[in-house]
Design a protein around this ligand. Structure first.
Ligand code: NAD
Ligand code: UDP
Ligand code: UDP
Length: 311
């Protein structure tokens, strides 16, 4: 059945892939974005489609539209960008969530929140199951994002209990792929752009910190499965690839795949940078029948191909 689906942050990296996937399924898409980190290039191929509509709007302001489903992705995701205007970052997560939940309450739309592994902070247990409550600084430079996302989760569960809003909460772990902004600032795009343009590869700290990288197609599949999951299943559910790499291993892999002669240079580790990150995905396997299929090696080939085409 054709649904009216709103995607906030629809011109961003994940939002643009989600829009393309849902358009392909025949739905009517309303892309809402203030273009803080989103790019017109990401959605240009959908603009001529009569089922695709773009609205320039900031989710910290109320929005009155009629929709059946809402994917709430609006929020800068890269540390460089969310730390540029930290007050706006918290407003986007918190006031944005209130407005979108208010909209969901009025229209009885189902609403999915793009939460994050950052709610676990610099984790004391490894890997991280959904039951882990996290170790997050309330005062550090990452707090605007981490605490904003934590408060958004709280709002989602209170609208669920208090107003019976149909919610789905997804904790996304590091994801990469085509449509990332070349100046996004996250590690995969930084290393690829540096390798392709013969600049030094910037390793923060000693490079032994780890992350688990999920290819975007896998992530979007998990997101759509969560939206369509059984009634009453709210999450929060981890979606990510449990295979963990250090930043040194990632750099070596990208150098090998690009054949680049770039050198590694070491820069200071940013404040509160988590040492390790790996999702437990048992809940996603059981509830959504989901697990990632694309290895880092395969995903990097596609991502490098994309950056070659735009640089
Ligand atoms: P992105 O920066 O590419 O996309 C975010 C989009 O939101 C951009 O198009 C931006 O212009 C828009 N936006 C920002 N503030 C807005 C506002 N106030 N009103 C309207 N639009 C606004 O980032 P992404 O990687 O696509 O992330 C999408 C969502 O997924 C974010 O909520 C992010 O926190 C979450 N997430 C992503 C990852 C990841 O690894 N990509 C990991 C965890 C969580
Ligand atoms: N809101 C919105 N669109 C709607 C309905 C509500 O943007 O279609 C906003 C509205 O600005 C409100 C917020 O969502 O402040 C929360 O709505 P809710 O109904 O929960 O609270 P109230 O309107 O009582 O403050
Ligand atoms: N990082 C790095 N070089 C870069 C960008 C990031 O070594 O040019 C490191 C960063 O310090 C962190 C890891 O890579 O330890 C992942 O960073 P990213 O910003 O991609 O995601 P997050 O820290 O939010 O997981």
């Amino acid at each position: 059945m054709k649904k009216r689906i709103m995607i906030t942050g629809g011109a961003g990296f994940l939002g643009s892939h989600l829009g393309a996937r849902l358009l392909e399924e025949g739905h009517d898409i309303l892309c809402v974005d203030n273009f803080f980190t989103g790019q017109k290039r990401n959605i240009a191929h959908m603009m001529g489609n009569p089922n695709f509509e773009l609205m320039r709007h900031d989710v910290t302001f109320p929005l009155y539209v009629e929709v059946d489903e809402i994917y709430n992705l609006a929020c800068p995701a890269s540390p460089v960008h969310y730390q540029f205007d930290p007050v706006q970052t918290t407003k986007t997560s918190v006031i944005g969530a209130i407005n979108m939940l208010g909209l969901a309450k009025r229209t009885k739309a189902k609403i999915l929140q793009a939460s994050t592994s950052e709610v676990y902070g610099d984790p004391e247990i490894h890997p991280q199951p959904e039951t882990y409550k996290g170790s997050v600084s309330t005062t550090g430079i990452r707090a605007c994002y981490d605490e904003g996302k934590r408060c958004a989760e709280t709002l989602f569960f209170d609208y669920y209990r208090q107003h019976k809003v149909d919610i789905k909460v997804m904790r996304i772990f590091n994801t990469y792929g085509p449509n990332m902004h070349p100046n996004d600032g996250r590690v995969v795009s930084n290393f690829i752009v540096q390798a392709l343009t013969n600049q030094d590869i910037t390793i923060y700290g000693d490079g032994n910190q780890s992350r688990s990288f999920c290819y975007v197609d896998d992530l979007i599949d998990g997101m759509v499965r969560l939206m369509n999951s059984r009634d009453g299943f709210t999450g929060p559910v981890n979606i990510g690839n449990p295979v963990e790499f250090t930043m040194l291993e990632l750099a070596e892999l990208i150098l090998k795949q690009t054949g680049s002669a770039s050198k590694l240079i070491f820069k200071p580790l940013p404040q509160d940078d988590p040492m390790q990150r790996q999702p437990v995905i048992d809940m996603a396997r059981k509830e959504l029948g989901w697990e990632p299929k694309v290895s880092l090696e395969e995903g990097l080939v596609k991502t490098i191909h994309y950056f070659k085409s735009i640089l």
